[in-house]
Design a protein around this ligand. Structure first.
Ligand code: 5GP
Ligand code: MN
Length: 334
């Protein structure tokens, strides 16, 4: 559970934090998805419109499929020589879509040493103590929805540049409006974004239906290799280094594959293991009965009840797979 001593705030409180003076940095988690980048860009454009000096700096590059969101080329990739002093000298650093400092990757150390006020805007469970202000809305579908609420509460009219990245964040974090936090209120907010000029068909196509062929070949390889374990209640999907090599793909092409593991009768949980250099990255998904964030914690990770992730360093894929199978079988009682 969340540490009750954390300095939690609400929308009005966060708006007050955002109204201060001096340079602002917005950052988000490693291997950023559309919610990470969409909430980051929405917030950047909102703060700039308020006259603040803002930069967006991330540990990792923008996935190719999401570059269309960054029309102004505002997203900077961390380079210590360029950014170290920028982070150390910032007045305010806003971390979006993450709940612990380590999730900032290469920025984490500079963040720890910075004299800046640190603010967190996020919807993940169990935020860790590293910031001065938390707008932590666990019920939100996405961080983009929280940013939209901030913009609305500030009375700023929505335009396309604000609306498009926020819509992208909401669409992806709700699995195209089908996951558990898809509410009537969320659809009303999405309607505001469409009224501001977002084209849902075009946005969806750019995010999900405009990939190099290697991505689909990778999907085929992964599905062909799927295993059903724990009396049929768990599926295991794996992406090996060899599959990346054979299909000319990389980690960003793995996004979304995990959901295929759940779309099978009788399956309660799934895990996707991906070989990335000397690390095995693990994505967990649950259909509802089991909380996969507690399982992810056994693998140096965390996340939401139904979607979580972790990683294991320096161990072969096969042995990590066996540990994951054991943990999931125990959780589903098989
Ligand atoms: P994904 O499987 O898409 O990488 O991640 C699913 C969810 O788990 C995301 O909401 C993400 O924030 C969370 N998650 C993934 N990896 C980690 C991790 O290493 N630590 C924590 N705390 N959360 C993670
Ligand atoms: Mn998110």
């Amino acid at each position: 559970m969340s540490d009750p001593a954390l300095p939690m705030t609400d929308t009005a409180g966060m708006l007050a934090v955002l109204r201060g003076e001096g340079p602002v940095i917005i950052t988000t988690h490693t291997t950023p998805d559309a919610d990470a980048l969409g909430s980051q860009l929405g917030l950047l454009r909102f703060l700039r419109a308020q006259g603040r000096e803002v930069r967006a700096i991330n540990a990792d590059a923008v996935p190719e499929a999401l570059r269309f969101l960054d029309g102004g080329n505002d997203l900077e990739r961390w380079d210590a020589a360029v950014h170290e002093h920028v982070v150390l000298d910032a007045a305010l650093i806003v971390c979006v879509d993450l709940n612990e400092r380590g999730r900032c990757g290469a920025l984490a150390s500079a963040l720890e040493r910075s004299g800046a006020t640190i603010a967190v805007i996020d919807h993940h469970l169990d935020p860790k103590p590293f910031a001065h202000h938390y707008l932590s809305v666990i019920e939100a579908s996405s961080t983009a929805e929280i940013v939209l609420d901030l913009i609305t509460a500030a009375g700023m009219p929505l335009d396309f540049a604000l609306a498009q990245p926020l819509y992208a964040g909401i669409v992806t974090d709700t699995g195209s409006f089908r996951f558990e936090r898809t509410t009537p209120a969320l659809h009303r907010k999405a309607a505001l974004l469409l009224e501001a000029g977002v084209d849902p068909q075009d946005t969806h196509r750019r995010i999900y239906d405009d990939y190099p062929v290697g991505r689909t070949m990778l999907l085929g390889r992964v599905l062909a290799d799927m295993r059903q374990v724990c009396d049929g209640r768990v599926t295991i999907l794996r992406v090996t280094r060899q599959m990346f090599e054979d299909t000319g793909t990389s980690l960003e092409d793995v996004e979304n594959i995990v959901n295929y593991g759940l779309g099978i009768r009788g399956v309660e949980a799934t895990a996707l293991l991906t070989e990335v250099e000397d690390t095995v990255k693990i994505s967990f998904r649950s259909r509802g009965a089991i909380a996969v964030n507690t399982i992810a914690q056994q693998f140096n990770g965390g996340g939401h009840r139904l979607a979580a992730g972790g990683r294991v360093y320096g161990q072969p894929l096969e042995s990590v797979t066996q540990r994951v199978v054991k943990a999931l079988c125990k959780a589903v009682g098989a």
